[in-house]
Design a protein around this ligand. Structure first.
Ligand SMILES: Nc1ncnc2c1ncn2[C@@H]1O[C@H](COP(=O)(O)OP(=O)(O)O)[C@@H](O)[C@H]1O
Ligand SMILES: O=P(O)(O)OC[C@H]1O[C@H](OP(=O)(O)OP(=O)(O)O)[C@H](O)[C@@H]1O
Length: 196
């Protein structure tokens, strides 16, 4: 491919990314994002038309929770500044990166499912033409109960996470809201329907 047909990262034109669909699953900590993605992985994990992203996180290897690729904060920030992630952000004292390889997955026409921060939605809208934002919601009371029940963070960490609930819920034509205040079964059904 000629240089003119490549973007600034030396990749095929951005339009090719529209072959697949990027699904950003977002919501305040404790709302159930990981739980919903786990349910979708169970349903579609062996389906080649789906790709469930493994994130690069400055969390120690072997921590409780999602499987991730650990990275140190200096390397994370260097890679982020060199645009070596598709999307990257910092939250909860951690750095999170989405590998650039999702762009190959999109070019191959797959539905790519990402657990993302609400702070990167605008950036993703500018870069990925076929985007769906699955916005998972629940009341502040539910969030506090879930975080306490998860038994993973200290009281101080929980307070900090609840503070980010103030980021609110996203708006737009590409947003599908999944209320996860009540039975998980109902939310899973809605999420699987959205992915199908
Ligand atoms: N609909 C639900 N009803 C009851 N508990 C739920 C529901 N959804 C998630 N949970 C529980 O809430 C806690 C937080 O969920 P998690 O998926 O870890 O949240 P997030 O990834 O959004 O921070 C977990 O203990 C999970 O099992
Ligand atoms: O900017 P926000 O929309 O508030 O999101 C901040 C971060 O919180 C979640 O992380 P993670 O799944 O690690 O959170 P958890 O440890 O609370 O489950 C989400 O995936 C983002 O990385």
């Amino acid at each position: 491919m000629s240089k003119a047909l490549k973007d600034e990262r030396g990749q095929a034109p951005i339009g090719h990314l529209a072959a697949g669909r990027l699904v950003l699953v977002v919501g305040p900590s404790g709302v159930g994002v990981d739980t919903l993605i786990d349910a979708a992985r169970l349903e579609f994990g062996n389906d080649p038309s789906f790709h469930f992203v493994r994130r690069t996180i400055t969390r120690p290897a072997g921590s409780v929770g999602e499987e991730h690729d650990p990275i140190d904060i200096e390397t994370f920030r260097k890679r982020r500044d060199e645009a070596d992630f598709a999307l990257a952000w910092e939250a909860h004292g951690l750095g999170y990166g989405i590998p650039l390889s999702i762009e190959d997955q999109l070019r191959q026409g797959r539905t790519v499912v990402v657990n993302a921060s609400r702070t990167v939605i605008e950036e993703a809208r500018g870069r990925y033409p076929n985007l769906t934002v699955a916005s998972v919601t629940a009341s502040p009371v539910t969030l506090a109960q879930r975080l306490a029940g998860r038994n993973r963070e200290t009281a101080e960490e929980i307070e900090r996470r609840l503070g980010r609930a103030g980021l609110g819920f996203p708006d737009g034509d590409d947003v599908v809201t999944i209320n996860n205040d009540d039975a998980l079964e109902t939310s899973v059904k809605t999420f699987l329907g959205l992915l199908r």
